[in-house]
Ligand binder design. Structure first.
Ligand code: GDP
Length: 497
């Protein structure tokens, strides 16, 4: 779609995310919609390589496009949101008509509400004998979600992701909701959107999957995100086909990034490489989490054990927020149950810490941990656990030092030179210079070398320090032949917190 009219805004297909409690049928629904509405299966199955796909449906007698994001779980989606991104236009909250509202249903709701994403409830598994739609609607109302017919206006559609019953109604509802949102896009401006996935492939290099929220891009342009950019040599669509241009709401894959783009970060497109590099550099925030493609990223491994899947999720969610530009928290393994010998073995191989939440440690595991020097910490309060990990991260973070100038002096006379030792006279212009200190030598404001202050004298008397305004004599050890007018700068390294 090459833009013809510079200011023309077009209707933009909605980007939809599916959330809900585990096992309530998110993946089954995504699979059903994909199979029923795309032609990609003709070629004998698909290895889905972009975690998003586009479908075309008929709604109100019109052909409509919808893009579905296939996020592995709502934690991943919520963490994208937590970094300030509003990726999805509409959310589908899948609730099993048998089981009703569960902890992750509430977590997903929390995430949807924080971002004010319009949402539709999909009451799934209506083909099951135990399904009770009214009971679930009541259950939703008890949790503050008032669906249509229950005193509210949140659409709720009864479906079976397995048989497909009700799914066309759900898709129609998405189209309707999207009309109400009046989603628009401008195909004449350079594309912008979000990184939904990034990956390091030994053959291809660094690749990233992007979702375009507005604008267009084509081969020959440059795409950039915080800390990384890529020339657009090729564009792949979700069907793994090479395309030469793409526009809003499409998920695409671009390879050949300079560094690993961070999932959830915003991308922009430029026609010039310099502009892309400028954007990548300027938006690179130091407090971004450690990037797995960075060489100096330290992994901080943890094995998590918790009493329930709900608390396991909660611990994982909290831990994923930690880390800094140097350290990434890596969850080596996670499970419910007491800390076992197996956990100790895993922790030993991966050099990790074991974090227990509302669990205890098997006797045999305690002995093994003691023998192998593996640290096990058990907590009852999640914030205590988080505080402990924060403290450990702080300890493990390499101390950054910065060099500061503590004084500068100008050379007035050079008295003698013997090999690399020279006796000079000078005056302190700023700060102070200490005997024994290292100095940097500048000539006409350019750095030309280093030296060491071997002896310092003020008015022919030995001194430890020469201060601002004082004239001094000194013996300097340096390979540089000093001349009057050279500037000596004393430096020291300080820790940066
Ligand atoms: P997810 O964890 O939310 O992605 O859930 P899945 O899609 O993996 O579904 C969990 C289980 O429920 C699987 O065994 C599905 O086959 C089953 N399931 C999902 N939707 C339906 C449905 O509408 N009817 C029936 N009978 N089973 C379903």
């Amino acid at each position: 779609m090459t833009p013809k009219n510079k200011t023309k805004k077009l209707v933009r297909p909605p980007i939809v995310v599916i959330m809900g409690h585990i096992d309530h049928g998110k993946s089954t629904l995504l699979d059903y919609i994909r199979k029923a509405n795309t032609t990609e299966f003709e070629a004998g199955g698909i290895t889905q390589h972009i975690s998003a796909y586009e479908v075309e449906i008929m709604a109100g007698g019109e052909k409509r496009k919808i893009t579905f994001l296939d996020t592995p779980g709502h934690e991943a989606f919520c963490s994208i949101r937590a970094r300030g991104a509003k990726v999805a236009d509409i959310a589908i909250l899948v609730v099993s008509s048998e089981d009703g509202v569960k902890p992750q249903t509430l977590e997903a709701l929390d995430c949807i509400n924080k971002d004010a994403i319009p949402f539709i409830i999909a009451l799934n598994k209506i083909d099951r004998p135990g399904a009770n739609i009214d009971k679930v609607k009541q259950n939703l109302a008890e949790n503050g979600v008032l669906v249509e017919g229950w005193g509210g206006n949140i659409p709720a559609i009864a479906i079976s992701a397995k048989t497909g019953a009700g799914v066309p109604d759900l898709l129609e509802m998405i189209a309707l909701q999207s009309d109400m949102e009046e989603l628009e896009g401008d195909p004449s401006i350079p594309a912008e959107g979000f990184v939904i996935e990034s990956d390091l492939n030994p053959k291809q290099g660094i690749s990233a999957n992007l979702i375009i929220k507005n604008g267009y891009l084509k081969t020959g342009m440059f795409v950039a995100t915080s800390g990384a950019y890529a020339p657009i040599r090729a564009i792949e669509n979700y069907k793994e086909e090479n395309i030469s241009e793409a526009t809003f709401s499409s998920p695409i894959k671009i390879v050949g990034w300079s560094a690993g783009p961070k999932v959830g970060s915003e991308f922009k497109t430029f026609s010039k490489k310099e502009e892309a590099i400028k954007f990548a550099t300027e938006t690179n925030q130091n407090n971004d989490i450690c990037n797995i493609f960075q060489n100096d990223c330290i992994s901080f491994g943890v094995v998590i054990k918790a009493d329930t899947f709900g608390s396991l999720d909660a611990v994982e969610h909290e831990l994923k927020k930690l880390g800094n530009e140097k350290i990434a928290v890596r969850i080596i393994s996670k499970d419910v149950g007491d800390v076992s010998e197996n956990d100790i073995k895993t922790a030993k191989i991966k050099n990790s810490l074991i974090l227990g939440f509302n669990v205890s440690t098997d006797k045999s595991a305690s002995g093994l941990a003691m023998r192998d020097g593996i640290e096990i910490k058990n907590y009852q309060v999640i914030y205590d656990l988080v505080d402990y990990v924060k403290e450990k991260i702080k300890e493990a973070t390499p101390v950054e030092t910065v060099e500061i100038t503590t004084g500068s002096a100008k050379i007035i006379r050079v008295f003698s030179k013997n090999r690399d030792k020279q006796v000079v006279g000078g005056k302190i212009e700023e700060g102070e210079i200490k005997s024994g200190g290292i100095i940097k030598i500048y000539r006409r404001e350019s750095f030309i070398g280093t030296g060491k202050i071997k002896e310092l004298q003020i008015q022919k008397l030995k001194a430890d320090i020469a201060r601002e305004g004082q004239e001094f004599g000194t013996m300097i050890e340096s390979k540089i032949d000093l001349v009057p007018g050279d500037v000596l700068k004393a430096t020291s390294l300080i820790r940066q917190e």
